[in-house]
Every structure is written in C-alpha cells, then in structure tokens.
Design a protein around this ligand. Structure first.
Ligand code: NAP
Length: 296
C-alpha cells in the first residue's frame, strides 16, 4: 500500500511555529521536500545554498503554495571556508532551533581545497562539521538540535591514516562513503556528552535525485526510479530526525534493508572506539587549523 505522506506528517510532526530551521542543500532533491514538510509544520526556514537564483526561484514556488511561509536565503559555498564563515557571521546572533546538514556531493571531479583535502571531503564533512561547531552557541540558546544527513555508503569507509580523505583510492563511492563516515563519527563524538545541543544522525536510504541521477545513463536512472522509494518518501527520514530523540549510537533510516519502508531508529553500524576517537581528533585538529588561518 502506498504511503500517505500527509498522514505520516500529521502523525509524526508537531507544530514548529516560532522555531527556526537552518538547512544546507535546501534546493536539492531531498532538501526541497524537507523544506516543504517543515513549512507545513509552520517552521521558519533559512536556506543555505551556493546558488542564489535557485533559492529565489524555490522561494517563489513555496510562497505560491504557502503564502504565509517565512523563508530566508543565505549564500554559502561549502567548498570555500570564507563563505562558511560569512554565513556563520550572519547566523550566530540569530535564533536557531534546528541546523540540518543536508548538502552533499557524490561522484564529482576531485579538486583540492585550500586545506589540502579533496572537495568531497571538504563539502560533505569538513565544512559542515565546522559549521555545526561554529553555530553551537546559537543552538545552545534554544537547546537546539543538529540533524546530520549521512549515508549507508559510510560503510565503504574505514579510517586510513595514509589517505585520510581517500583521494588516492579514487573510487567515487568510497571517497563519498569515507566523507560520510567522518561526518557521522566526528559529530557523534562531538555531541556525545552534551545535553544543551542534541544530535540526530539520519540517512535516506537510496533515492533518485540530481546526486544519484547518472548522467547519460538513462536506463540506470529509470531502474533506480522504479526500484527505490521516491525522494518525498526518503526525505521523511530527515524530517523524522527533527522530531525524534535518539541515542549516541543510533541513527534514523528506512526500516527494510536500510532502503525501503518508514523511518526507523536503529543502531549505527559498528565502529571501534579507537576509530571514533581518531576521527574526532582529526576533525578537531582540522578545525583548529581553520580557526588559526582565520585569525591571521
Ligand atoms: N539521493 C540519495 O540516494 C542519497 C543517499 C544517501 C545520502 N544522501 C544524502 O542526502 C543529502 C541530500 O542529497 P540529495 O540526494 O538531495 O542530492 P542533491 O539533489 O544533489 O542535493 C545536494 C545539495 O547539496 C548542495 N551542495 C553541493 N555542493 C555544495 C557546495 N559546495 N556548497 C553548498 N551547497 C552545496 C547542492 O547544491 P547545488 O544545487 O548548487 O549543487 C544541493 O542543493 C546529501 O547529504 C546526500 O549525501 C542521498
């Protein structure tokens, strides 16, 4: 039986009037659904995206659908740390109840960021970990929450101290999976002891969006469309992260084989305490380098 999304939302969300949601990747395949679902719950949305025009066009669409929606746009390029800092400067004194780290890249040509890591690692992990860390003071004021969108591909990564960002491994799924593993484990350690800001790790399973839409492979895309849940359904896993409280060693994702079915809380795939600690220490030392660079 097809899932009735509106019924699911009515059952699994509460009114967010007066609450502010900041979301990266807001105009992406999943981001658009999350934004719509949270506007329906009366949240105020601040979209963080690199493309201002896309945000303006999406805002116009949303206002036609929801004339009373409160929507703002702030430009951010997660591959440029100065751009992340500029966004933080605009946000740090504002009310933030939820920060959704949803932006991501997969299978893009690799370049090297200013800190020497590849762009997938920089965008998916470093910049969004850094963004969450910088916005902790704002989130503390509301006892807020970070919702981080990770992936089952995080199973493809294992800390390799000789190739931290997997640049030398070259396989797109591994480069991507490794960046998500860093995001997952570093954030989970960062928020482990905190009770003033909460964390929900979520993953959407697999769904056809611009990220997974293999260009020039129409058949693959068609098969994906038939086999996997629609983006509107996959996005519910992210929405669930806003409302459900989960433990340090859990995440939210589709119930069946981690791909199909309703959002469900389950145990995070195992990682050793040693790997967790090393990834967290690396994340912290990268942030220190960024902060030091910024102070010059
Ligand atoms: N689709 C899946 O099957 C799947 C599976 C597991 C996890 N996920 C995760 O779900 C999240 C959403 O992905 P999606 O499927 O919705 O993909 P998508 O449609 O490609 O959306 C990705 C979003 O990230 C933004 N982004 C990329 N690079 C950026 C940068 N340098 N600075 C700022 N924003 C940037 C994109 O903006 P532009 O439009 O400007 O590129 C886009 O809005 C990602 O974290 C992804 O890893 C997706």
């Amino acid at each position: 039986m097809a899932l009735d999304i509106n019924q699911w939302l009515a059952k699994n969300t509460v009114d967010l009037r007066g609450r502010v949601v900041v979301i990266t990747g807001a105009t992406g395949g999943l981001g658009r659904h999350v934004v719509r679902d949270l506007i329906q719950a009366n949240a105020k949305i601040i979209m963080l995206e690199r493309n201002m025009q896309m945000m303006q066009d999406f805002t116009q669409q949303l206002l036609q659908e929801f004339p009373n929606a409160e929507i703002e746009s702030i430009q951010i390029d997660l591959n440029q740390i100065q751009s992340v800092d500029a966004a933080v400067a605009q946000l740090i004194t504002r009310r933030i109840d939820y920060l959704i780290l949803n932006a991501g890249v997969y299978n893009v040509p690799l370049t090297t960021s200013q800190f020497g890591y590849n762009n997938v690692f920089q965008i998916n992990f470093i910049s969004q970990y850094y963004l969450a860390k910088q916005l902790i003071p704002a989130l503390q004021r509301t006892k807020g929450k970070v919702v981080a969108v990770t992936s089952i591909a995080h199973d493809y990564g294992r800390l390799n101290e000789n190739d931290i960002d997997y640049t030398h491994c070259k396989k797109a799924s591994k480069v991507y999976g490794n960046s998500k593993r860093f995001l997952t484990l570093a954030l989970s350690e960062l928020f482990k002891e905190r009770d003033d800001v909460r964390l929900a790790l979520v993953h959407p399973g697999i769904t056809l969006t611009p990220m997974t839409n293999a260009k020039n492979r129409i058949l693959t895309s068609l098969v994906m469309k038939m086999l996997f849940p629609k983006p509107a359904v996959a996005a519910l896993n992210i929405v669930r992260g806003v409302f459900a409280e989960i433990n340090y060693d859990e995440w939210i994702g589709p119930k069946t084989a981690r791909i199909w079915g309703l959002p469900t809380v389950s145990k995070l795939p195992a990682a050793t305490a040693e790997e967790r600690a090393k990834i967290f220490n690396l994340a912290e030392s990268i942030c220190k380098v960024i902060e030091k660079t910024n102070s010059f």
